[in-house]
Design a protein around this ligand. Sequence first.
Ligand code: AR6
Ligand code: MG
Length: 357
Amino acid sequence: MAVVEAMEAAAGRFRGCLVGALMGDCLGAPFEGESQTSRSVLNSYFKRLCDPDIKVPYKQYTDDTAMTRCVAVSLIKEKKFNGTDMAKRFVKEYYEEPGRGYGSNVVDVFAALRATKFADVCVPAAMQFGGRGSYGNGGAMRVAPVALFCHAATDQDVTTMAKNSALLTHANRLGYNGAVLQCLAVLEALRTPPNQLDVAKFLQCLTEKMKRVETLGEDEILDKGQKEFEYTSLLSHVAGLLDRGDAVSCQQVEEELGVNIIASESVPTAIYSFLRATNPIPNIEAENAFVRTIHYAIGLGGDTDTIASMAGSIAGAYYGIENVPEGLQRHCEGLEDALHQADQLFELVTSKQISTT
Ligand code: AR6
Ligand code: MG
């Protein structure tokens, strides 16, 4: 019985992760690009959504989820990372539904991939921004299925797969390392036993991993002004802000971590949101820590859908689907698919019929 319960709990975390990513995107999207939203406005927003008598139209998902779904399906069908298959899925998805709010430059990558018939799927991304590559958060926003797929993999294999999945569109080191950090954060949450999250340890663990990831490789170059250990140092900044507890305002988070579409100004913010929301936050009414995470991330303003989606995937991986209110789930377009993909990934991972190397 204990084994069955443990399996159910683990499956619930896979579901929580993908539904958390979906929910952050769907519920955060109406606020994208706005400045901070007051907590009382968001309290009403969440209360209204949870009211069973209120029938509101679906909250539609955006490019974050469109691409996350492609990553999930590619891993499920291929049972390993296959860059050509994944790139083809991104391109097909984009041309079928181009209006999902894609980043302004990533669409050039899709066009070039199609024009070059996927000859070398990393080349179009490498040519972006005069050969420097994109450091947008598009690689990080879609990486959650990689973390699930790599549930039992080594740090090295997780890092490589997260990086390779990002390189299809994001060749700048800040772009792909942002995806690696987000992936490691989801995985750390997934592997932390319930009720045993130690915020300092969580950050320490990510910091040690990112130090290794960010040690400059022979084939890597730093853009002018870029630091070698950018994310490592941002993580220590996250720790410093968490130490200051409720004294930290949304304005300070925006100024010190950022709320932008750039990976280095959004991935650490998502991690901060998850960790900050483990405790009650003044004027946020939600007693449920998962809901609090999404509520807090949306309230920061800026790239709300993506930051809430990344924070939601980390939180969902930790708290599990049983802590994600059904009243909120039902509003998200694509909920059934997210649940199904989570179940398929869980089955694959537990059956060990996959390759993570
Ligand atoms: N130099 C200058 N600006 C850059 C660079 C660079 N090397 N790299 C990125 N940017 P993109 P994404 C800026 O187009 O990452 C959606 O709203 C530039 O302004 O690669 O997939 C999602 O919800 C560029 O247009 O797309 C996410 O929030 C922008 O970063 C977001 O877009 C985004 O990079 C994901 O966008
Ligand atoms: Mg966004």
